[in-house]
Write a protein that binds this ligand. Structure first.
Ligand SMILES: *[C@@H]1O[C@H](CO)[C@@H](O)[C@H](O)[C@H]1NC(C)=O
Ligand SMILES: *[C@@H]1O[C@H](CO)[C@@H](O)[C@H](O)[C@H]1NC(C)=O
Ligand SMILES: *[C@@H]1O[C@H](CO)[C@@H](O)[C@H](O)[C@H]1NC(C)=O
Ligand SMILES: *[C@@H]1O[C@H](CO)[C@@H](O)[C@H](O)[C@H]1NC(C)=O
Ligand SMILES: *[C@@H]1O[C@H](CO)[C@@H](O)[C@H](O)[C@H]1NC(C)=O
Ligand SMILES: *[C@@H]1O[C@H](CO)[C@@H](O)[C@H](O)[C@H]1NC(C)=O
Ligand SMILES: *[C@@H]1O[C@H](CO)[C@@H](O)[C@H](O)[C@H]1NC(C)=O
Ligand SMILES: *[C@@H]1O[C@H](CO)[C@@H](O)[C@H](O)[C@H]1NC(C)=O
Ligand SMILES: *[C@@H]1O[C@H](CO)[C@@H](O)[C@H](O)[C@H]1NC(C)=O
Ligand SMILES: *[C@@H]1O[C@H](CO)[C@@H](O)[C@H](O)[C@H]1NC(C)=O
Length: 683
């Protein structure tokens, strides 16, 4: 009713000028690239005025063998520098090392980047009145604690200790931390989670010439004993352009397509840094095998050292093409990469056998085990990508593959249900290899809902309940990776609970894992999200042998940032940068949530509040767009009134009567962009 062209013209509102996003007090990005420690964490030996280095102009005097651990209060990234005042003694040295977690503060070095040992101290031979600065390749990509050591019998005055913040290199110094998106709710811990996710992705956005040099890949094995701290440096060019999105801030500092599937939507709703996303995506697409269509497991130099095929990571690059197009609306990019998409998808489909399911023959995934045969996660992701392909076919106007893709998708859904669904557990089994495994993976079950591989809303709800019933004290287990909690796969689990219509499961899981543990546990950085940990709360990630190696700023752990915007505040884009949108909030036990972001087509915002009689949803979308609004149907029924705000016509206003026991979501489609107030009154 609101889409007739005459009405559209009336409905059109002038575009609101971009202003800086509200709630900026939560933004963790440093305001200047010069960052100094905020406090002294620990002093060993004799250091006069150690806290002098936490403020401008202070001098700390290191006498004899001594060390100070400085705390930056949050995870940061940068190139260290300092000055000396007077120096007494000969052959005096100042050493610097870094750690993300307080757990790995060490008198011999940093935390680790290799799968054994620790990373060595940067030593500077010093003289009086000198200036010292680490080389660019010795920038440290993630640390909250910085140790300053003095190892000789003399004394050294250290002044002006700071780091040059190296993350988000493409952003002008005075624009650091200017987000295009925001989130707020009545739960301050979840607000901090949203901003910590955004900041984690910023720390994972690096100078592409400072990528991982993979110094020890394949060299250090569990049988090789490392006793001395290892040299480390970051000087490999991993992408074109001036910034790159990588998996982790400290390491790997490589482009991994799986990680991007969680990081990219969270970036889009916070900083909208799509240029870094594109640089990274391009670095993967350019490596497509011209004979097979295979895309790499990870970008260079990993792909050169270990040219491994991963069934799932190959598909994640195709999800990357869709995500980039979806958030930028760049149809030309999609067209340019359409053949890459089709070629790659046909390679995936070559693994489909007579059962209708793909038979996975490569073990490489997110470091889970048992990644073979008719694996449920792989098939759910394949089903998801087939549906993306079908929808993108329409965008590029190439229907040639649509029919076959539809057929493949239908068979996968039916075969997955017939062969892998375990109705006694209300979960999919990992695969159908005999003897049947008792393992019901988190990844495949979360993905089954996200991909809509499930055959009914009731099935999705039962999976959501079964996953939630397995949670432990520290979060959702991923039994397919040992005694592991995976913030990566749990990001998909969050989406699954929302899609299944169990939003309170998602809110509970976010608070349990991302709030109480990943932010507030004292071993964490209180600012960025860890790559993985143990179900018993140890900072041990089962796939790694070396605990100090775990990254505390991993983009794949930032799922809540997008989930809170897209599902809690309900702000979603459906097509082309939001030319088509969906407003579908689910408070999940919160009483208020609001979010906003900007894309190439304009500004989007929503504000959702419980009222005494029901729910209020106010939202605003750009002129020239269209979309839908929906809410969870109240159990006893009610009324949903949709009113356009500030228009001369009432043509966009409508009322929906919700019958008792309707279930699912109710709402209206076909609304023209603009400002709306929705009032839901419960019976
Ligand atoms: C300070 O000493 C403690 C106890 O020996 C040690 O654990 C810690 O690593 C030392 N800190 C530094 C920065 O050397
Ligand atoms: C201090 O450390 C430097 C750099 O490792 C080393 O060359 C020097 O010998 C050490 N001095 C002492 C007294 O240990
Ligand atoms: C303090 O360090 C910063 C960063 O390296 C440098 O730009 C500045 O010149 C130094 N100040 C002094 C007084 O040396
Ligand atoms: C990176 O640094 C190492 C160690 O200094 C050096 O051997 C290597 O040649 C450098 N690589 C590049 C690409 O600059
Ligand atoms: C940079 O772009 C060129 C041309 O597309 C490509 O050959 C090269 O592989 C790219 N470099 C990286 C690191 O992706
Ligand atoms: C492409 O894949 C084929 C088959 O696996 C392999 O033999 C070939 O080396 C690959 N080409 C490149 C450039 O990696
Ligand atoms: C099937 O799943 C189980 C449990 O994850 C695993 O141990 C087994 O290796 C898998 N089968 C194949 C062929 O990968
Ligand atoms: C999958 O393919 C491998 C290699 O061709 C084969 O050994 C295995 O039996 C197949 N698995 C299934 C479940 O068909
Ligand atoms: C999910 O799949 C079913 C068919 O099994 C289809 O009817 C439904 O529309 C799909 N839902 C979405 C959101 O695509
Ligand atoms: C964690 O960071 C928040 C700001 O994001 C701060 O208010 C709080 O005091 C910090 N908690 C600890 C234990 O440092």
């Amino acid at each position: 009713m609101c889409l007739e062209s005459s009405v559209l013209a009336l409905c059109a509102l002038s575009r609101v000028a971009a202003t800086s996003a509200p709630f900026s007090e939560y933004i963790l990005t440093p305001k200047s690239r010069t960052v100094v420690p905020v406090s002294v964490y620990n002093v060993n030996g004799t250091v006069n005025n150690a806290q002098g280095l936490t403020k401008a102009g202070g001098v700390a005097t290191y006498q004899g063998a001594s060390a100070v651990t400085y705390d930056f209060g949050k995870n940061v990234a940068g190139i260290v520098s300092f000055n000396t005042g007077s120096v007494s003694g000969s052959n005096e040295f100042i050493g610097i090392s870094f750690t993300e977690s307080s757990l790995w503060i060490n008198s011999n070095g940093c935390d680790a980047t290799a799968d054994s040992g620790i990373d060595e101290i940067l030593w500077f031979p010093v003289a009086a009145s000198g200036s010292y600065r680490a080389e660019k390749k010795h920038q440290r990509g993630g640390f909250r604690y910085l140790n300053v050591y003095h190892n000789t019998s003399g004394s050294v005055d250290v002044k002006n200790l700071s780091i040059y913040f190296t993350a988000m290199p493409q952003v002008a110094d005075d624009k650091l931390g200017s987000y295009s998106g925001y989130f707020n709710s009545d739960d301050t811990q979840l607000n901090r989670v949203w901003y910590a996710g955004a900041y984690t992705n910023e720390l994972c956005t690096i100078d592409p010439t400072a990528g991982n040099a993979l110094i020890y890949l394949g060299e250090i094995t569990s049988t090789m004993k490392v006793t001395d701290p290892l040299p480390w440096y970051l000087n490999y060019t991993i992408t074109n352009g001036t910034s790159a999105l990588v998996d982790g801030a400290k390491r790997d500092r490589l482009v991994w397509p799986g990680d991007m599937a969680i990081a990219v939507p969270s970036i889009a709703v916070s900083t909208y840094d799509m240029a870094s996303v594109r640089n990274s995506l391009d670095s993967l697409l350019t490596l497509q095998n011209k004979t097979t269509g295979a895309l790499p497991y990870a970008g260079v130099p990993f792909s050169e050292v270990l040219p491994i095929f991963s069934f799932t990571y190959h598909l994640y690059s195709l999800i990357g093409i869709n995500d980039y197009y979806l958030w930028t609306g760049d149809v030309q990019y999609l067209e340019e990469n359409w053949n890459t998409f089709k070629f790659a998808l046909s390679y995936s489909l070559s693994f489909v056998d007579e059962t209708g399911l793909a038979n996975v023959t490569s073990s490489a995934d997110w470091l889970r085990f048992g990644m073979g045969g008719h694996n449920i996660e792989a098939n759910a992701i394949l089903y998801y990508v087939l549906n993306l392909g079908i929808s993108l076919s329409g965008v590029v106007g190439d229907a040639t593959s649509e029919g076959p893709w539809q057929e493949y998708a239908g068979k996968i859904k039916a075969a997955a249900y017939a062969r892998l669904w375990d109705s006694s557990a209300n979960l999919y089994r990992d695969n159908d290899t005999l003897p049947l495994t008792p393992l019901h993976p988190q990844d495949g079950n979360a993905w089954a809902i996200v991909a809509n591989l499930t055959t009914s809303p009731a099935q999705a709800k039962s999976i959501s309940a079964a996953l939630a019933a397995r949670w432990g004290k520290y979060g959702a287990p991923a039994p397919e990776a040992g005694a592991t909690v995976s913030p990566f796969i749990s990001g998909f689990e969050l989406q699954a609970h929302y899609i299944a219509g169990n939003p309170s499961n998602a809110v509970k899981l976010m608070k349990l894992m991302w709030g109480d543990f990943m932010l507030d546990d004292p071993r964490m950085t209180n600012s960025t999200f860890i790559e993985g940990y143990s179900t018993n709360g140890d900072l041990h990630y089962a796939p790694y042998t070396n605990d100090p190696r775990v990254s505390h700023a991993h983009g794949w752990a930032t799922g809540p940032t997008n989930a809170l915007t897209a599902y809690t505040a309900g702000l979603q884009i459906a097509k082309e940068a939001g030319k088509v949108w969906k407003i579908s909030p689910s408070l999940g036990g919160l009483s208020k949530a609001q979010a906003g972001f900007q894309t190439a087509v304009g500004s989007f915002s929503s504000l959702v509040q419980e009222t005494t009689k029901g729910l209020s949803v106010k939202f605003s979308t750009p002129a020239g767009t269209t979309g839908a609004v929906s809410v969870e149907a109240p159990a006893d029924g009610g009324t949903m009134r949709i009113k356009s705000v500030g228009r001369k016509t009432k043509a966009c206003d409508t009322t929906v009567v919700i019958k008792k026991g309707t279930g699912g979501r109710v709402g209206v489609d076909g609304l023209a962009g603009g400002e709306y107030a929705v009032t839901v009154t419960y019976n």
